[in-house]
Design a protein. Structure first.
Length: 298
């Protein structure tokens, strides 16, 4: 049994999601409102969660929603609300952006550490210390932020958390771990979650991992797939795609469930692959818990 911090944090997600849904109800006034033009920003994992939320909000018809990496936000564009996701509350690009937007656009920060600069850098803040993590690798804070935002959209979080109670106990099949190249594919909300799944594999287990919108896989990326590959599908099924992948010799892994649940399985896969290779999944090389740049204008 794994003793890593990240394994315990993955296992805690069902209850963390319930807490995030409760917090969403308390924070309803500062979350994006139906009809608002919203931008959501983050760095790394938080950016991919932003992508997932943006797609889900637009899918539900609740308003124009754009996702940006913190360093790439178009400051001249007007939104009703800008939402920034930052676990540590110290990420340089996010703090710099919130400073630039101060007094110009309504801002909301979703933060893990209540003592961090990020908790007071925006007009509004939703603080989630119960979702903060010890591991460098983000898992439960990312999904808690998405859960908070999905709860604000009216998604059924209790059913999601109940399903997650079984998913967190998933044992990664040996057939998947035997592969050395991993590709994650999704549609809609699941595109961002596929991107996040690929990042987890790279961070935790130093694996060759890629991610794409599912329909784009045939437009070039399929050429790398062979008998060494596992292709994991998140979200809605694409007719004919499984057959096309299988013809390459790759192993196809798909579950008929909410893509957020499949992301949890991908987190478990990342940890299992790291431990199989003798790596510490809590401490990926070249990474720290927060990226703090010397020049805040960078």
């Amino acid at each position: 049994m794994s003793t890593s911090h990240v394994s315990a944090e993955i296992a805690s997600q069902p209850q963390v999601w319930r807490e995030a849904a409760r917090l969403a109800a308390e924070s309803a006034a500062v979350l994006p409102q139906p009809g608002e033009r919203v931008a959501i920003v983050g760095c790394g994992t938080s950016w991919f969660i932003a992508q997932a939320y943006a797609a889900r909000r637009e899918e539900l018809g609740q308003g124009v929603t754009d996702a940006f990496a913190g360093s790439e936000y178009p400051v001249g564009r007007e939104y009703d609300r800008v939402v920034a996701i930052t676990r540590s509350g110290t990420t340089t690009e996010i703090l710099h952006l919130l400073e630039v937007l101060d007094g110009r656009q309504r801002t909301l920060a979703i933060v893990g550490d209540p003592t961090s600069p990020g908790a007071s850098a925006a007009d509004d803040a939703v603080v989630m210390p119960f979702a903060d993590e010890q591991s460098v690798v983000q898992t439960r804070f990312a999904t808690a932020a998405l859960t908070l935002l999905r709860a604000g959209l009216g998604d059924d979080i209790e059913s999601l958390a109940t399903a997650a109670e079984e998913v967190v106990g998933w044992e990664v099949p040996e057939a998947v771990l035997a592969r050395t190249q991993f590709t994650f594919l999704g549609r809609g909300m699941a595109v961002g979650l596929a991107n996040e799944a690929g990042l987890k594999m790279r961070e935790a287990s130093l694996a060759w991992a890629e991610s794409y919108p599912a329909m784009d896989y045939r437009h070039g990326p399929i050429s790398i797939s062979d008998e060494t590959s596992a292709v994991l599908l998140l979200g809605a099924e694409v007719p004919g795609l499984v057959e096309d992948i299988e013809r390459t010799g790759a192993l196809v892994v798909r579950f008929d469930e909410d893509a957020q649940l499949t992301l949890v399985r991908c987190q478990l896969l990342s940890v299992a692959n790291a431990e199989r290779k003798g790596l510490d999944p809590d401490a990926p090389r070249h990474l720290t818990r927060s990226i703090i740049l010397e020049d805040s204008a960078s």
